[in-house]
Design a protein around this ligand. Structure first.
Ligand code: NAP
Length: 299
């Protein structure tokens, strides 16, 4: 099954309806051939968009991906690469950091992108996201940094991640953003309940969704006997699909058109997310799941 696509930035760019998240790549224990094989398998099923951040895998994942991409000549221009900046972690790789902190200065944004391009082995990022809202961020300065990177051809489109509705609006009016990458899953429905998804829908800016499966915690063996998991298992069995597919379909029914990121290194897990793009849960099933998430009826 071929993954469909979704337009962002009023059609300025399109990404695959399911995005392959690369955060955990360093944990997958794959050699370079296996990493290249995973990228190829994603591309073959139409999952052409890959999500990164400078910090993933303690600053190693972009290089692991770049090394694999180097084995796939001609592939770069058929895919979209997202990366992020703005978090500085204590790390052997960054000895100057003596406290975890955020840095959204123009100088850091520029330097971080240049390092990401080098590590990924690419001339440009399709989308750059500011990873987390920084209490010290200056929206005008970030917009200037975006303008410079765009003019230099180093980044084509920009977005943010984990921004509140107010923070998103403040940045979006200075520089048109293509997304806000946020957490949303059956273990965290804040974006539904606190109005962030309503704002994204109103602005016609589809959010990207991280940890759609709750970071895997929903699948822990001691969590299977909860009302939510029992319901998800029943719905999945009735429809002849997996629990993960039901969760992805539940998220994608939201009218703000959330774009889920996968977190697995297993091709079948990514295939399930793609298959879920064709799974339309009926309204009552959607609400039965919502009721189980909330632990009480909506009325
Ligand atoms: N912007 C941000 O602040 C932010 C934060 C976190 C993540 N992200 C992005 O979002 C992506 C996805 O996040 P995530 O990794 O937390 O996603 P997730 O899909 O919620 O969690 C992935 C974890 O769930 C496990 N899993 C998936 N399907 C499973 C199944 N059917 N049964 C059992 N375990 C299953 C995976 O294990 P297996 O590998 O064994 O399948 C993996 O450990 C990341 O790669 C990253 O790109 C962004």
């Amino acid at each position: 099954m071929e993954c469909s696509r979704i337009a962002l930035g009023q059609g300025a760019i399109s990404v695959s309806r399911v995005i392959a998240g690369m955060w955990r790549m360093a944990d997958w224990g794959m050699d370079v051939q296996a990493r290249a094989g995973l990228i190829e398998a994603c591309m073959e099923m139409g999952v052409t968009t890959f999500d990164h951040a400078d910090i993933y895998g303690d600053y190693t994942v972009e290089s692991l991906f770049g090394e694999a991409l180097h084995k796939l000549p001609g592939m770069r221009d058929k895919m979209e690469i997202i990366s992020k900046c703005g978090i500085k972690l204590i790390s052997d790789k960054r000895p100057a950091h003596n406290v975890n902190h955020y840095d959204t200065t123009a100088a850091h944004i520029q330097a971080s992108v240049e390092t990401s391009l080098k590590n990924l082995g690419t001339e440009y990022l399709d989308i750059l996201l500011i990873h987390r809202p920084d209490p010290l961020m200056n929206y005008d300065e970030m917009a200037e940094a975006f303008t410079r990177l765009h003019t230099e051809g180093k980044v084509r489109h920009f977005g943010v991640s984990n921004f509140t509705a107010v923070q998103f609006a403040a940045m979006h009016k200075r520089f048109p953003l293509v997304t806000n990458q946020i957490e949303l899953s059956p273990v965290n429905v804040e974006a539904i309940e606190h109005g962030l998804l309503d704002v994204m829908q109103d602005l016609a800016v589809p959010p990207m969704i991280w940890s759609a499966l709750g970071g895997g915690q929903l699948f822990a063996s001691d969590r299977q006997d909860t009302p939510l998991m029992r319901l998800l298992q029943t719905v999945a069995a009735d429809l002849g699909v997996t629990v993960a597919m039901v969760i992805y379909a539940w998220l994608m029914k939201l009218p703000s058109r959330p774009i889920p990121l996968t977190g697995t290194g297993k091709v079948q897990g990514i295939r399930d997310a793609v298959a879920a793009t064709r799974l339309d849960l009926d309204r009552m099933t959607w609400f039965r799941i919502y009721e189980a998430i909330r632990g009480h009826e909506v009325a």
